[in-house]
Design a protein around this ligand. Sequence first.
Ligand code: PEP
Ligand code: MN
Length: 367
Amino acid sequence: MKLDLDITPLADWLPRYKKPILIAGPCSAESEDQMLETARQIAEYYPDSIFRAGIWKPRTRPNTFEGIGDIGLSWMQEVKKQTGLLTATEVANAEHVDKCLKAGIDILWVGARTTVNPFSVQEIADALRGTDIPVFVKNPINPDAQLWAGALERVNNAGIKKLAAIHRGFHHFDNGPFRNSPKWELAIELKTACPQLPIICDPSHISGTPELIPYIAQKAMDLEMDGLMIETHRDPSVAMSDAKQQVKPFRLHEIIEDLNIRSSTIENPEFRNKLEELRSIIRKLDNDLLELLSKRMAISSQIGEYKRENNVTILQVAHWKKLFEESLNTGKVLGLPEGFVKGLYELIHDESIRRQTEVMNLNNKNV
Ligand code: PEP
Ligand code: MN
């Protein structure tokens, strides 16, 4: 992919820039009190972060909470006044852009459901012409790097140079344990095509649950992404949108503190350079292995359900023996010692049986 963007480096426009840039705040603005209390708690830990809150929310079904609307802009102003945090919100049309510019919102972002539509993105880009407000462009919901690049180009062509991409995961038939499949390769493709483009990861929308956020955030850091957008709410249990994935400010602090921010600078000879390169490949492969194992186990559970519905036993010895032998042979061809493959397969098989047993016994009145 080819992508030529004219970008102002983050350090030139983000006051007190330090990697990773942190964008935190609730999924949605709900009340002035909710905004101010959440922002105050975030600012205590991270006075240099950017406060996010959705004011107009694109929702799949009508008659659900579609955002608090214009009143939220004045709450954003109050957050900025009281905490000094920069403010950011999502815009989906020209009217949103005009209202945000008037209200002095510091940063705008284009949401995943808007990036998919070139007409909408062009309308936003036209409304931005003549301003130099920073804009972040989320990846489209479908896994299409060209569409993502196209939206960035439209905004950049309108004269916006303070530009970054947000990686929030994709709708995909195979999401594994995630709400949205990370498909890291698409973010890497974008970065490779345009190395000066900052990329911010949104682990909240990828994960869909707080437990996976640290893992995704660490992986983003290991892939040298520039920042993190993490949905943070003073009390996620009462959030009006995305309640399941938001974290409290204290948890946000723990997640950020636990990150291992590895330096990518190469101080030494070729040897160190090469070593680091090989290690990072291993780290990525190990993460990939875990993701694959997690996917594999999800399929095992599905098979368990299928067997339960059809009243079939969990262990079918002939099938297992065949699978085992095939794997030993494949391992041999790939240069892996038999003992290693055997041990690995036994572990995988044990876990698979454990899961299927769990599924089998679900609603089993005899247990
Ligand atoms: C959000 O950030 O709350 C949001 C709606 O995100 P996305 O556009 O990534 O779904
Ligand atoms: Mn959200």
